[in-house]
Design a protein around this ligand. Sequence first.
Ligand SMILES: [Mg+2]
Length: 228
Amino acid sequence: MIKAITFDLDDTLWDIWPVVERAERLLHDWLITHYPRIPEQFTPLELRELSQEVIATCPEIAHDRTRLRKEALWLAARRADYVEFDVESAFAVFFIARNAVEPFADVQPALERLARRYTLASLSNGNADLRLIGLHNLFAFSLNAIDVGAAKPAPLMFEQACQRLAARPEQVVHVGDDPEHDVFGAAQAGFRTVWVNRTGRDWLGGQPADAEITALAELEQVLTSWER
Ligand SMILES: [Mg+2]
């Protein structure tokens, strides 16, 4: 008996990298206006890569992409000799653009159908905001690595999802694109797993998912076959 479905967000319900790259360009443009010495010294990509330096010195915030971005921006500001820096406004420019995602065409119809039969929840390592994106009404709740305090594939997010769902792990199906974070992580937690492989990638992980789909439209059929 399947009670609930948990979904990864980025690269499962929409393409994230073109959106992040655009958000980084918009942030860079904003910095040209407000803190020009930062973009003189750093390209958008170099600003992103400062996150790796932050992780090296503060590994305890590696799961928190919002704090990582803010700390990386602070690092850039200090290196560009700014003593005062409005990190919240800078991050807001990035964050609004980062949530301007376009769900794949199959997403909304599939979620609407599935929501009639199952409880849906989202489990993300990123900082997507389903309210800004407009899909929040389809999900009973959303967990992310920032609130949970640990990123997938660690079991904590899956365990908290089971508590919120009042379900046993085997009653929950996790759907996601990432072989390690989604398939391995969810399987370790005892969930059934569906790998979303929209681009025909080869499976390079360990134990394969319980099912593989190329679009969310195929999910209902998979679930129906499991319930027989
Ligand atoms: Mg993903």
